[in-house]
Design a binder for this molecule. Structure first.
Ligand code: AMP
Ligand code: GLY
Length: 430
């Protein structure tokens, strides 16, 4: 098969790495890719958000199967356009991608179908939103108040306000279009949930569901989970908090009802559904859905996957997941994100990275590129999150040791990483 992956991050490097290893793959192209992806796929400089150009490229290269990494082209209708062009695609239609593209859509779906999530209301008018925040019998009573822009905001559209005044200010800022443009022209205001967070993934073919393994990531930029939110500074799998009992509840109470609901609403979901979960005292609750693999969660999933990924992605696209199964390594995979100094606000670009080859030689390690470009013989930083140093080993401790041994072989003074990835998995539970 001739396969094309869309995207340019570490998630897409990991997908290309897994797809390139499949005997079903004769030719692999990636649009636009990066310097690391270029080692396993042919990179073609078409922007990941240019839907027309991507469809043209797939036609021109006689692509049999397109795997879409990021959410933006899915929300913009890339999967629909490829299907119209007669090209098979892994990834949901625009109607199904609303699960990520509109937080309000997902909250309303949860309410209608009884899926556990934070109590909320949606607003487009400042006065009504302010009245809700300030209601006498309100939910928060000293707890933080969560204010969310409805649309895509590159992971930045959530404000955890410490009090009513901060919540009102965040809401006004969003509705005025100052921070998130049209993504903020509608807001969700919701209850703050307490608990441990986990990332749960399932392949879905419109009707049938194949749960994958769970992971945890680290959203804050600094050690000890401090500082601003990021796209994710590291991930590991398995996630000890997602016990078999928790996984069963997530399937029965959240994932399966959502899949049935989307079918009933006339927008069956095909692709990978990524549930951001809060494991609360009263059970798992949905924080949000994403219509794609997590980044960097995908990197640890691809490392743990023993089976060929291509037949699984094809089965999801073809509606044939009913009797499908995947095999996984029992070991722990752990990924450390190396970011350019200044990330997430203002990452420096263009610095040179040395030592990648030596890092890749550490036992059990693969170095995925998240934001790099090649300049002759040099590899340059070209983004916020730049590298994902990923290791697998029989224990969390050893996976972590290997990952940081590889990090220490990378000579890149302009980069940084967290030093505590997987701390939760190494902290005794009780
Ligand atoms: P998101 O951009 O939707 O992934 O949200 C970013 C982060 O905000 C999540 O990973 C959670 O840590 C936090 N968050 C979002 N909604 C809530 C909520 N209702 N209660 C507590 N934390 C939340
Ligand atoms: N790592 C979280 C995400 O991909 O949204």
């Amino acid at each position: 098969m001739r396969i094309m992956v869309v995207g340019n991050g570490g998630r897409e490097h990991a997908l290309c790495w897994a797809i390139a290893a499949s005997p079903l793959c004769d030719r692999l192209i990636c649009a636009p890719g990066n310097a690391g992806i270029a080692e396993v796929a042919e990179c073609i400089a078409v922007g990941q958000e240019d839907v027309d150009a991507l469809v043209d490229l797939a036609r021109r290269e006689a692509i049999d199967f397109v795997v879409v990494g990021p959410e933006a082209p899915l929300v913009a209708g890339l999967a629909d356009r490829l299907v119209e062009a007669g090209i098979k695609v892994f990834g949901p239609s625009a109607a199904a991608a609303r699960l990520e593209g509109s937080k309000g859509f997902t909250k309303d779906l949860c309410r209608k179908y009884g899926i556990p999530t934070a109590t909320y209301e949606r607003f487009t008018e400042v006065d009504a939103a302010e009245a809700y925040i300030r209601r006498q019998d309100n939910l928060w009573k000293g707890a933080p108040i969560v204010v969310k822009a409805d649309g895509l905001a590159a992971g930045k559209g959530v404000i955890i306000a410490k009090d009513e005044a901060e919540a009102v200010a965040a809401m006004k800022d969003m509705l005025a279009g100052n921070r998130f443009g049209t993504a903020g022209s509608s807001v969700v205001i919701e209850e703050f949930m307490e608990g441990e967070e986990a990332s749960f993934f399932a392949l879905i073919d419109g009707e049938h569901v194949l749960p994958l393994v769970a992971a945890q990531d680290h959203k804050r930029v600094g050690d000890g989970d401090v500082g601003p939110n990021t796209g994710g500074m590291g991930a590991y799998s398995p996630a000890p908090c997602v016990t078999p009992e928790v996984a069963r509840r997530v399937m029965d109470e959240i994932i399966l009802p959502t899949v049935r609901a989307m079918k009933a609403e006339g927008a069956p979901f095909r692709g990978v559904l990524f549930a951001g979960l809060m494991l609360t005292k009263s059970g798992p609750k949905l924080i949000e859905y994403n219509c794609r693999f997590g980044d960097p969660e995908c990197q640890v999933l691809m490392m743990r996957l023993k089976s060929d990924i291509v037949p699984a992605l094809l089965a999801a696209a073809d509606g044939e997941l009913a009797h499908f199964d995947l095999r996984w390594h029992d070991e722990t995979a752990l990924s450390v994100v190396m970011a350019a100094k200044g990330y997430p606000d203002n990452p420096q670009r263009g610095s040179e990275i040395h030592g990648l080859e030596a890092a890749g030689k550490v036992e059990g390690v693969a170095v995925f590129h998240a934001g790099t470009k090649r300049d002759g013989d040099r590899i340059l930083a070209n983004g916020g999150r730049v590298l994902n140093v990923t290791a697998m080993a029989p224990t969390v401790e050893e996976a972590r040791r290997r990952a940081y041994a590889a990090v220490d072989r990378i000579d890149w003074p302009e980069g940084f990483c967290r030093r505590d990835i997987a701390w939760r998995a190494l902290t005794p539970r009780g």
